[in-house]
Design a protein. Structure first.
Length: 428
């Protein structure tokens, strides 16, 4: 049996779970891969932090970069996070020193994946990042291996469990966004200090960029994408959506439109009878559309120590079986820079909610402005609040051009009868 030395850098919730799992499953891994694996190096910020296992001081490294050049280490597992700084140096140095790398770091891969994959290929080592997208859902391996000969045209889905939990909980409890966010933080679903990257859609966009590159054999796009989070969604929007037999979901979407790449992340109103509408709580789901496979659905827990360590173990076994693979499925030299679709040309039906002063003439001001920007109305709902002398006006539009929608909404800023910037949610 071939002896393999593993170095784990980062011993938080995920690193600790993985450490224990490797030790407990060592025999099983050996049977499946004909290897004898040992954790020969570990590093963390604080060796004295209380953990559920005892750290062997003999294999602890104060300086994580020393692990990247240690001759006993064959595979480095990076679990620190963040796109730059020490995380990037660890992965970069490991690959240069001809060590295989496994990471769950979506920010790093979405920003530096092209550069790092070229180093891996040059040095004939693996760079594996299954855990960076969808937690325990094997979506990247499905694209790289299971659907390798399919022509993928579109991928969409729920890629952030925090946002999905918040929207699901707001619907079931009728509670406010802020209250549900606090609940999510208490349960460990959202960062206690700064949940911004989850809520504003950045986390989902990093995953979409990785999926795009794998699905369409392109370099990772560096273009500015349509990006909106869920911070402006109110209980009122969820109630109205419910009346319309719709549900609000934060979706990540990537597709080829006339062979041009169109990536975006934003809240969508989806019909209740669709599959994606009924994926709730912290679950993730990814839907792949391709030829000849048709539509494939992958669903599972998108975050947490259990699902993430499952994906990391999958990467580990893939390396131990001895296959040197291209990190993004094909050689870096064959992956071309994507041509970007102009998002302003996209057509969408819209949900628009206006909070206005309850007085004559306000509705006609809104409809005139919409007509000016070639936005036609499919449905209109008025909800008066006589006590406060205000009203909510909800308009569902026919399909209109993104550029006109943006300009139209901007034009309402100067209207003193409209109390706040209108809420816009696209229909999917």
């Amino acid at each position: 049996m071939k002896k393999i030395g593993i170095g784990i850098i980062g011993l938080g919730n995920i690193g600790s779970r993985l450490y224990k799992e490797i030790l407990s499953k060592k025999k099983d891994i050996g049977l499946k891969t004909n290897t004898n694996i040992n954790i020969v190096a570990i590093s963390a910020k604080n060796i004295n932090k209380k953990r559920s296992f005892k750290i062997k001081r003999k294999i602890f490294f104060k300086r994580p970069l020393d692990i990247t050049k240690n001759p006993k280490v064959n595979i480095v597992i990076e679990l620190i996070g963040k796109a730059d700084g020490i995380s990037k140096k660890i992965v970069e140095n490991s690959l240069i020193n001809k060590k295989h790398v496994i990471t769950a770091n979506k920010a790093l891969i979405s920003k530096h994946g092209d550069y790092l994959s070229s180093i891996a290929e040059k040095n004939k080592v693996n760079l594996e990042f299954e855990a960076a997208v969808g937690g325990g859902i094997p979506v990247l391996r499905t694209l790289k291996e299971g659907l390798a000969t399919n022509k993928i045209s579109k991928i969409y889905g729920i890629l952030n469990g925090t946002c999905n939990y918040i929207l699901s909980e707001m619907e079931s409890t009728k509670d406010s966004f802020q209250n549900v966010l606090k609940k999510a933080q208490n349960l460990g679903y959202a960062e206690p200090s700064n949940p911004k990257l989850d809520l504003n859609g950045s986390d989902a966009l990093a995953k979409i960029k990785i999926l795009s590159s794998l699905a369409f054999n392109k370099k990772i796009s560096k273009s500015k994408c349509m990006l909106e989070g869920i911070e402006s969604i109110e209980s009122k929007d969820i109630d109205i959506a419910n009346q319309l037999n719709l549900r609000i979901k934060l979706l990540g979407i990537t597709e080829l439109v006339n062979n041009k790449l169109f990536e975006r992340v934003h809240p969508c109103l989806v019909p209740k009878n669709t599959y994606i509408s009924n994926v709730n709580d912290v679950m993730n789901a990814v839907i792949l559309e391709g030829e000849p496979v048709g539509e494939s659905v992958l669903q599972g827990e998108g975050a947490g120590p259990g699902p993430t360590s499952s994906a990391l173990m999958s990467d580990l076994l893939s390396i131990l079986r001895g296959n040197i693979k291209f990190p993004f499925g094909i050689p870096s030299s064959k992956r071309k820079k994507p041509v970007i679709y102009d998002q302003n040309l996209n057509f969408n039906s819209l949900y628009l909610r206006f909070e206005v002063k309850d007085k004559p003439g306000v509705l006609s001001q809104i409809t005139r402005q919409l007509a000016k920007y070639k936005i036609s109305i499919a449905r209109l709902i008025q909800i008066p609040d006589h006590k406060r002398k205000r009203a909510s006006i909800i308009i569902i539009t026919h399909k209109s051009k993104e550029l006109y929608s943006f300009k139209c909404l901007k034009s309402f800023k100067s209207n003193k009868n409209i109390l706040k910037l209108p809420t816009l949610i696209r229909l999917f």
